[in-house]
Every structure is written in C-alpha cells, then in structure tokens.
Ligand binder design. Structure first.
Ligand code: U5P
Length: 377
C-alpha cells in the first residue's frame, strides 16, 4: 500500500530525544510524499529550513484572566481538532502519552472516529509519571484508547506493562538516525583547535538532568586523564550544568574540559570525539549513543534501560553497572590504547547503525503502523 497520508505530529519541540525523533520522522515522511503537519507550542528545533509537504501550526495558550493556570492541554486538544478537520488529517501521531495522547483522544472525540491516534512512548511518561498514582490512570487510559502504541525499546515496553498493568499490543519502533546527516566526517582541522594530536577526545551530550549522571562523566574523565592524554567535550545544557562547571574547577580539570553549550546540529561535533560517555541512571533508548555510533564513535556507558539493546557490550561499545565509573574508565582506557581493537569496534558501530537503526527501516515501520490503523494494509 503506498497511498499518501495526511499526518499530524505533536511532540515536545525542545531539546530531547523524543522531539528530535518526531521531527526527523516528520521530515522523512514528507520526503516520501506524505503531508505532515506539526502541531506544537513552538517550532521543533531540528525542523530547520523550509520543507515541501511540511506545515507548522502553533498552539497558542489562552491567557484569559480567570485561568489560574494557562490551559495548554485544552488549547492543544482544540488545535489538534481544528487542524484535523481543516486539513482532513488521516491520523495524529503523538509523542508522549501525557499530555499529547490525552489531547489527541479528545480531538478525536471532537472530530469523529475516522481520525486515528498513534502514540509513541519515549520513556519519561512511563518511568517517571507512570509511578505517580495521581496520574497513572490517565496514562493507562491514553495508552489503552490509542489506535496504536509504539515504544522505543523492549525495556520500555516491559516497564510500561509492569508499571501500568497494560496488556494491549505495543509495537517496538527503535529510534533511528538519518545516515545522510550522521556519518564519519573528516574533522582533522577542527580537531586541531580542540586537542593536541596525541590527545584523545571524550564527549558527553545531554540535557544535564540528574538522570544523566553528568557527575559520573567527570569522574570517568578524571580517571582516564591520569592514564592517557585526553580532553573532554560537553555539549548541551540543563539543570546540572552550573554544578558540573564548579566540579570541573574543583578537580583542577578546567584546562582539559570544554563546555560547548547547546548546539543545534551535533553531527559534526560528535565526529571530533574518540568515544562517547553515557553513564545514565535511566535511559529508554539513548539517542546520542546512536548518533555517535552512526558517526563511528563507540559509547562507553551504563547498562541501564534500553542502552544494552543499542550498544552490544564488547562489539559496539562497553557497558558497566550504573555508578561504576572505575570500570567505565577502564573500558575507555583499554579501548583507546588498542588501535586494532578500536578500529574493529568503530567498524562494528558503522555496520550496526547502518543496518539496524537506519532511517529507511524505521520510516517504513511507522508507515506500516499508519496503514494498519487506517485499515489500508
Ligand atoms: N541535542 C542537541 N543539542 C544539544 C544537546 C542535545 O541537538 O546541545 C540532541 C542530541 O543530539 C539528541 C537529543 O538527539 O538532543 C537528546 O536525546 P537523548 O540522548 O536524551 O535521548
């Protein structure tokens, strides 16, 4: 089946794996000829330039004075219904159960059951909100009433079933990277601006939330830098950033660590690095590790959540228990001290990213789900 669809997409448009994946998926669907309507509170940051077949509808929140809290969720539901009607959308693909799936289900009630709702679970709505009794019934409702539900790792599916007592079908749709954007680049010149030729570069990219355990990144680097000449690059910003800047100073590592801040396009900076560090406490997938893998940069991190589904220990990177920074540092040193092993691991990364997590596979998988819910298989 290859008829073209009209798809509404709602996601968190700011930094974070779910918004990035939703935006990239929308761009790829548009390239395949589908009409894609982003319905969000601000422009998704990876949307970038003008694209044929992509439309953007901004959700404006009413500031009417009787509202103690501006009702974003109701404004979104109403906008989803409005766009669905006006543009004759076939379906809404919403990323995150709360509030997006709930809003989409309300829009569906307003528009009629021909409008289908596909919900993708990315993590936080299950692993954090799912534990909150006051909201778990609503999340369960959103999941059970969606026409299809997908999740980005087997671990997340398992957790959804256990925490929320869900037994409906959930499709596994791993995250993906666009191979035209993430590939190994020759960055010799740029690298010279960050490190001396004998120095190795370690990188960490995140939203600096406590769950990312950025402190562990510093501990790993402090250990590694005593054993091999190396530097650390941090990309991104978030709640723990200032604490981490202070920590780096306290440890006397300021000369070896660069905080690059938030970057809109990380594909080039990743290629500067020799390894990626991802020691998270929880991670439903770990998109940055995949972005690194596609650029030929192995990840050393924790075996939390969905990370082991992405990183095959000993083949495309190395994993240790959450908080075991010593073992992680040993893995970094072993890998970076053995050129033959390093080249093999890099090759494994490139193959795995290309054959297992590539944009073509995932886009087709989502299309099949759309056709299935619309009864057009
Ligand atoms: N990200 C950026 N710029 C930054 C920090 C993060 O684009 O400054 C992106 C990562 O490249 C990744 C996403 O696509 O945000 C974070 O995903 P995750 O690793 O939290 O799943």
């Amino acid at each position: 089946m290859n008829d073209k669809l009209k798809i509404g997409i709602t996601c968190y448009p700011t930094l974070g794996g779910s918004g990035v994946v939703a935006t990239e998926l929308g761009k790829l669907l548009a390239e395949k000829g589908h009409e894609v309507h982003f319905i969000t509170h601000s422009m998704p940051f990876r949307l970038g330039k003008f694209h044929k077949n992509i439309f953007y509808h901004e959700v404006e929140v009413s500031q009417y004075y009787v509202f103690r809290y501006p009702p974003y969720d109701l404004s979104l539901a109403s906008k989803l219904a409005q766009v669905a009607k006006m543009e004759e959308l076939d379906l809404l693909h919403v990323h995150y159960a709360i509030p997006h799936a709930v809003c989409a289900l309300l829009a569906k009630q307003m528009v009629g059951s021909k409008l289908k709702v596909v919900t993708t679970l990315h993590g936080t709505d299950i692993t954090v909100l799912g534990q909150d009794q006051s909201i778990s019934d609503l999340i369960r409702y959103a999941i059970n009433e969606s026409d299809a539900v997908t999740a980005v790792s087997k671990d997340l599916i398992k957790e959804t079933r256990e925490l929320l007592d869900i037994d409906r079908d959930i499709d596994l749709t791993y995250n993906f990277v666009d191979k035209r954007v993430y590939y190994p680049r020759d960055v010799t010149k740029l690298r010279g601006e960050f490190a001396r030729p004998e120095e190795k570069i370690l990188i960490h990219i995140s939203n600096f939330r406590p769950v990312k355990r950025v402190q562990d990144v510093i501990d790993i680097f402090a250990n590694v830098s005593k054993r091999i000449p190396s530097r650390l690059l941090f990309v991104g910003e978030g709640p723990d950033l200032s604490k981490m800047i202070a920590k780096v100073k306290e440890l006397g590592l300021t000369d070896k660590v660069t905080f690059c801040g938030k970057q809109d396009d990380v594909s080039q900076v990743i290629s500067l690095a020799d390894v990626m560090l991802l020691p998270s406490e929880k991670e439903s997938f770990g998109l940055v590790a995949l972005e690194a893998m596609a650029c030929g940069v192995p990840t050393i991190g924790s075996n939390a959540g969905g990370i082991p589904e992405l990183i095959t220990h000993g083949e495309t990177g190395y994993l240790a228990d959450v908080g075991d920074t010593e073992t992680m540092a040993d893995h970094v040193v072993n890998l970076l001290s053995n050129q033959v092993l390093y080249e093999q691991v890099v090759q494994n990364c490139l193959d795995r990213a290309r054959y297992t997590f590539c944009n073509d596979i995932t886009t087709q998988q989502y299309e099949e789900i759309y056709y299935r819910v619309l009864g057009r298989e």
